[in-house]
Design a protein around this ligand. Structure first.
Ligand code: FDP
Length: 320
């Protein structure tokens, strides 16, 4: 029988790679590991559980309707992070402002607790995305400045994809590792060690419904993908599209459009964590002009165009 390595064992084994106190990373990742299992339980029984599907009847700061599971997942991750004590504040897609824990923790978190909301009620893969930063302010409370660090300052980032299986993938800047949840024993087990993305791929992922809004450069690139007979694959859940392309090789594009020059996706809790992961796996992430990780944020819910995936494909897409 092949030896099974659990996520908990792996974190302990690799915690020496973490620049700061080793136990802190363990605590931080434990929060995500536990919260992921709880959210997974609700996501997988969404059709059965009473009162968990559908709209919450509220909107988030971007004016998007919140789903009940969005709100549920947000509460679970916040509760877990608060209880571990290492995190002093969280910026979430689901909260207009910073959520403070007032506990002197040394880290701040940015997260999209349930990405791909439009897919929640229809049994299509969805995900959670998170970034961990070291706090830089010194006052009694975290400040906006703690969240305005560029993506290069991330100390760890990860995502959970709730798909045909549930996986947690993370990096601390020493490669990318993926863990699959064994539902029988309720444990994440190492299934994708040292993930690398191919430099070239055969998949392009973009919402072509926005074609009329695309720039000439984006249209030219998409036409080029078609002329090479690449496969179009677009789930509409960033995490799921990203995860597939990471493994198989491909590019995900959410460019700026005429109506929305900054695109739709959020820099702090969508683009930055995935950019950190893709670079660690040998790929690239840009906003069409510059490296995502070098953008200096100015707003918590700032949007950015995103070109992410296999390095040769991102280079080509940027060339227009
Ligand atoms: P959603 O609005 O459903 O939460 O995070 C935004 C996001 O999903 C991504 O997960 C997804 O890739 C994208 O938006 C889909 O947007 P379009 O419907 O505009 O293609």
């Amino acid at each position: 029988m092949t030896q099974i390595k659990t996520l908990a064992e792996f974190i302990v084994e690799r915690q020496h790679e973490f620049t700061y106190a080793t136990g802190e990373l363990t605590q931080l990742l434990t929060s995500f590991r536990l919260a992921a299992k709880i959210v997974n339980r609700e996501v997988t029984k969404a059709g059965l559980a009473e009162d968990i599907l559908g709209a919450q009847g509220t909107e988030n700061v971007q004016g998007e309707a919140q789903q009940k599971l969005d709100v549920y997942a947000n509460n679970v991750f916040i509760r877990m992070l608060r209880s571990q004590g290492e995190v002093c504040a969280v910026a979430s897609e689901e909260n207009d402002d910073i959520v403070h824990f007032d506990n002197g923790g040394k880290y701040v978190i940015t997260m999209d607790p349930l990405d791909g909301s439009s897919n929640i009620d229809v049994n299509v893969s969805i995900g959670t995305i998170f970034s961990i930063y070291r706090r830089i302010s010194t006052g009694p409370k975290a400040t906006k400045e703690d969240f305005m660090q560029p993506g290069t300052a991330q100390v760890a980032a990860g995502y959970i994809v709730y798909g045909s299986s549930t996986m947690l993938v993370y990096t601390t800047g020493h490669g990318v590792n993926g863990f699959t949840l064994d539902p029988g024993i309720g444990t994440f087990c190492l299934s994708h060690p040292d993930m690398k993305t191919p430099a070239e791929g055969k998949i392009y992922s973009i919402n072509e419904g926005n074609w009329l809004e695309f720039s000439d450069g984006v249209r030219k690139y998409v036409d080029d993908c078609k002329s090479k007979k690449l496969s179009a694959r677009y789930i509409g859940s960033l995490v799921a599209d990203f995860h597939r392309n990471l493994i198989k090789g491909g590019i995900y594009l959410y460019p700026g459009t005429q109506k929305a020059p900054k695109g739709k996706l959020r820099l702090l809790y969508e683009a930055n964590p995935l950019a950190f992961i893709v670079e660690q796996a040998g790929g690239k992430a840009t906003d069409g002009a510059q490296r995502i990780l070098e953008i200096k944020p100015t707003e918590l819910h700032q949007r950015t165009p995103l070109y992410i995936g296999s390095s040769a494909m991102v280079d080509k897409a940027m060339a227009g």
